[in-house]
Write a protein that binds this ligand. Structure first.
Ligand code: ZN
Length: 469
């Protein structure tokens, strides 16, 4: 049996400052080694000062994943030597005296499977190593400490996943969740990083590090399952080790034998006192937290009668649900949900597309109302939307400039149908015997009117004309 556990590092990208100093948390656009101070590069005599907002944001993740938050939390030094770690220890959390990290014992449901969250801890991110060429063959390694000390939340799951697919689904849920909470932007490079550990048939645990994307973690896990199975079949023992994911070759490669927890010589960080977390603080956070994706989904279904699949797409994507919330009212909610999840998707799937989008919530509301009031057909609505996302012009202007107005007066529609009938004599005679051919005729009318004909009225007139023939 395959057992997979995850360690996910989630940067709190929405914070102003680093975890223990006032340098910027947003290090991405800055010149190398300019976002640093004595605290985050570990100069002797400097003292860390804990960022209260970081504790609150980490607690929000912990609450959202159903974890317990202890009444007091502690910080520990995790000692190891690596060039990206200026102090030679990382300030992190560790449960040496019972649970003292920001969260423990949570659970998330993925396709009816319960994934237990063992622990959530708040810690500092190390700096970044910049290699010339690949990390294995490089002659030159540079260090950028701009990232050192930025706030990171580590989420550790129990080895409850049985397939790489479950892992991917869980990561998608998690990315949606931290975005929805407004604590992190998962689309930023390095904002969500995943290590996986995997064992088959009670064999040794192999850790996979260095995986850049969610797609790659799924591939890396598939590769490991095949590799370990083939070793086991040949009777070769599987060593407990850390392996790196080689993105170019799409394989995992042995990195080093794995450190044991005791190698890190954890001890209490004496420069940061224990932090008391009153239950009233947790209550307040819960009260002010944005609605969870689950409850949003339920509300969309129950209150507006939006179908489950549409509600799922809408609730799990913050961009879409924000648009929906700002655009809808009681009457047009269903129509707006429809427009967003069928017509708008495709124009607004990527971050770049979203940045260029000229669409406002008012556009959506106008569009839904125009369709519901029979001013334009659903088909014309699609054409109008194509124009809105590009130009941002008001809907009324687009309807007249593209001539999208509805053809719903009987006499002009009747004339068009007569034209179609004389062009399609064979289909007309067949239609009396074969009802399916009627749809073909409706399609012809739609094409002639560029999708502007009212479908129900068209069908009605066609049937009447056929009956009288
Ligand atoms: Zn600093």
């Amino acid at each position: 049996m395959t057992k997979i556990g995850l360690e996910i590092h989630c940067q709190l990208t929405k914070l102003e400052s680093k975890l223990f100093c006032s340098c910027k948390a947003d290090y991405r656009s800055l010149d190398i080694n300019t976002n640093i101070c004595p605290v985050c590069i570990g100069l002797p005599g400097s003292l860390p000062l804990l960022n209260k907002n970081a504790v609150e944001k980490a607690a929000m993740i912990s609450i959202a994943l159903g974890c317990k938050t202890p009444p007091k939390i502690a910080f520990f030094r995790k000692n190891y030597f690596y060039p990206d770690l200026p102090k030679n220890f990382q300030i992190t959390q560790y449960n040496a005296y019972g649970p003292t990290s920001i969260g423990s014992d949570g659970k998330v449901l993925i396709e009816d499977k319960e994934i237990r969250v063992r622990r959530i801890q708040l810690e500092e991110d190390p700096g970044r190593l910049v290699y010339e060429g690949t990390s294995e063959k490089t002659l030159l390694t540079l260090i950028d400490y701009n990232r050192a000390g930025t706030p990171l939340v580590e989420i550790v799951t129990e080895p409850d996943f049985e397939t790489p697919k479950q892992v991917r689904l869980f990561l998608n849920v998690l990315a949606d969740l931290v975005e929805n909470l407004g604590v992190s932007d998962p689309s930023l490079e390095g904002a969500l990083r995943v290590d996986g550990n995997i064992s088959i048939d009670k064999g040794n645990r192999v850790e996979i590090k260095n995986v850049g994307s969610f797609k790659d973690i799924e591939k890396a896990l598939h590769f490991e399952i095949t590799r370990q199975q083939s070793l086991a079949e040949r009777g070769i023992p599987i060593p407990a080790e850390t392996r790196h994911w080689d993105e170019a070759r799409k394989i995992t490669v042995s990195a080093r034998s794995k450190e044991e927890e005791q190698d890190y010589r954890y001890f209490l960080e004496a420069d940061i006192p224990w932090v008391l977390i009153d239950s009233s603080v947790i209550d307040k956070l819960k009260k002010n937290m944005p609605e969870s994706i689950y409850s949003k989904k339920e509300r969309y279904i129950k209150k507006y009668g939006i179908p489950l699949q549409v509600a799922e797409v809408l609730s799990s994507d913050k961009f879409y649900s924000d648009l929906f919330e700002q655009a809808h009212n009681e009457k047009n909610a269903k129509e707006i949900a429809n427009i967003i999840t069928t017509d708008l998707k495709g124009f607004a799937d990527t971050k770049e597309q979203r940045e260029q989008l000229k669409l406002t919530p008012k556009h959506l509301a106008d569009l839904a109302d125009a369709i519901m009031n029979n001013i334009i057909t659903r088909n014309s609505g699609k054409l109008a939307l194509q124009e809105i996302v590009k130009s941002g012009k008001p809907l009324s202007e687009i309807i007249s400039s593209l001539d999208l107005g509805h053809v719903d007066d009987k006499s002009s529609l009747s004339k068009i149908i007569d034209d179609v009938f004389s062009e399609e004599e064979k289909a007309v005679s067949e239609a009396k015997l074969n009802p399916d051919t009627i749809n073909y005729l409706v399609g012809k009318v739609m094409r002639k009117t560029k999708g502007k004909a009212d479908p129900a009225l068209t069908l009605d007139i066609i049937k009447k004309k056929l009956d009288s023939k």
